[in-house]
Design a protein around this ligand. Structure first.
Ligand code: HEM
Length: 150
């Protein structure tokens, strides 16, 4: 189960990233080109919300069954001195939860906005901040804590 979920979590990152980048491009274009917020904009942000929440659920399960997180929790004080253990036990989870909260709030705030320009502006800002957090907390092959592309 662990390996299957880890692979799914790994692959789902690309779906989240593609939807997030698409939503950001749409939001900035809508904001600066004064477009109207229509069904396709709502659809992208809805799919982004669903996939990021799915990623959150899989991540939470992994957090309890992952050997590296269990090792970190066994001796939390010592784990904080280790770059890899600290990354998995604290940094990855906290950045990702914050980013998913920003996506959720951004969508709610956009829906509440009365004018289309306000909807696009709110989405653009919240989603862009979420992208920075997610991009930083992914264990890319070049990161200090590195993992494979797939
Ligand atoms: C958009 C959000 C997220 C993205 C893009 C993401 C991305 C990733 C990636 C690429 C990996 C490495 C997978 C591999 O080695 O094959 C990973 C592992 C992991 N993630 Fe996430 N993650 C996200 C959210 C979360 C959240 C919210 C949590 C916790 C609540 C979490 C917990 C974990 C854990 C525990 C591991 C596995 C560590 C291990 O056993 O090696 N992730 N994540």
């Amino acid at each position: 189960m662990y390996t299957g979920l880890l692979h799914l979590h790994n692959l789902l990152r690309y779906v989240v990233l593609i939807l997030l980048i698409l939503a950001i491009v749409q939001s900035f274009a809508g904001w600066f080109l004064k477009k109207s917020y229509d069904k396709k904009h709502n659809k992208v942000s809805l799919f982004l919300l669903i996939t990021s929440h799915l990623q959150l659920i899989i991540g939470l399960i992994l957090y309890f069954i992952s050997p590296v997180v269990i090792a970190a929790r066994d001796n939390f004080g010592e784990a904080m001195k280790n770059v890899e253990l600290r990354f998995w036990a604290v940094e990855h989870i906290s950045s990702m939860i914050l980013a998913i909260a920003l996506i959720t709030i951004g969508r709610i705030m956009a829906k509440k906005g009365k004018a289309d320009l306000i909807k696009f502006r709110r989405q653009a800002i919240y989603f862009f901040l979420a992208l920075i957090l997610i991009f930083n907390a992914i264990p890319w092959p070049w990161s200090a804590v590195a993992r494979a592309w797939f």
